[in-house]
Design a protein. Structure first.
Length: 267
């Protein structure tokens, strides 16, 4: 109990400090939000395509609802830890963090979560306004809201620890940012950020559920839209959880082996 209380105090202190830092950069967060507005551009394009009739079962209001929720999901799961790790490992900035009585991982987690706490109210305003303007309705039930919330958390876990694992490769190579750009490009196409995945060819839809990509965007979106429930929702939790666990374990193994290399070269 004593250890648990001490860890809780450390976690709270980290989050409070991170939240205070993030509130100082509200304008910068708004700029980051604007830079992530590609789903709104795609929404306008797909609404135009559906003007003469539904496309794959999606009408204009359906596309508006889908891409506005895509915008919300991507804003709530944005991660930048790979650039922090890449710099810290290459320039030796990791060294003073190793002297602290807490794993450096938790500082990055606190920064990301605090930023989300500041970003959330700013994101909800344009999303709600956009849904009202488009006449789109969301079936807000306990199942859809609860499933959406859990799937968004799972999507963030996958993205965070995938980036963390990739960033830790900086112990061995200086090409990690390039690897992340490849992952990002593939993810944009296969996650549903550019188009609903049920508009993809059947052969692609048959493979995608076994990859992590749909669980980053499309699956949480479909849950909030009420298109995913019951057994399908439980299956989504299971597969997303498996991928999240794989990236968590992978990142911890890379840290364990990489930190020895970092110390060995005297960084």
């Amino acid at each position: 109990m004593i250890a648990l209380g001490a860890n809780w105090r450390k976690a709270r202190a980290l989050f409070v400090h991170a939240f205070a830092s993030m509130t100082e950069y509200r304008a910068e967060i708004v700029i980051w939000m604007i830079s992530g507005s590609l789903p709104l551009v795609m929404m306008a394009m797909w609404i135009g395509l559906a003007a003469d009739g539904p496309v794959g079962g999606y009408g204009p209001a359906d596309f508006a609802a889908y891409f506005l929720v895509v915008f919300l999901v991507r804003q709530l799961t944005v991660v930048w830890v790979i650039w922090e790790l890449d710099r810290e490992i290459r320039l030796g900035e990791l060294s003073p963090k190793l002297l602290r009585p807490i794993d450096p991982l938790w500082g990055h987690v606190a920064d990301n979560l605090a930023e989300k706490a500041v970003r959330l109210p700013l994101v909800l305003v344009p999303v709600i306004a956009g849904l009202w303007w488009a006449g789109a309705r969301l079936p807000l039930t306990l199942e859809s809201l609860g499933g959406f919330a859990l799937l968004v958390v799972g999507a963030w876990v996958i993205k965070f620890f995938q980036q963390y694992a990739t960033g830790l490769l900086t112990f061995w190579t200086d090409q990690t940012v390039g690897l992340e750009r490849v992952w990002f490009s593939v993810s944009m196409v296969l996650s549903g950020a550019l188009a609903p995945l049920d508009l993809f060819p059947e052969v692609v839809r048959g493979v995608l559920p076994y990859t992590p990509f749909p669980y980053l965007v499309d699956v949480p979106v479909q849950a909030l839209l009420g298109r995913l429930g019951g057994a399908e929702l439980l299956q989504a939790f299971a597969v997303q959880g498996a991928w999240g666990l794989a990236f968590v374990v992978g990142s911890r193994l890379l840290w364990r082996h990489g930190i020895r290399r970092y110390g060995a070269v005297g960084a």
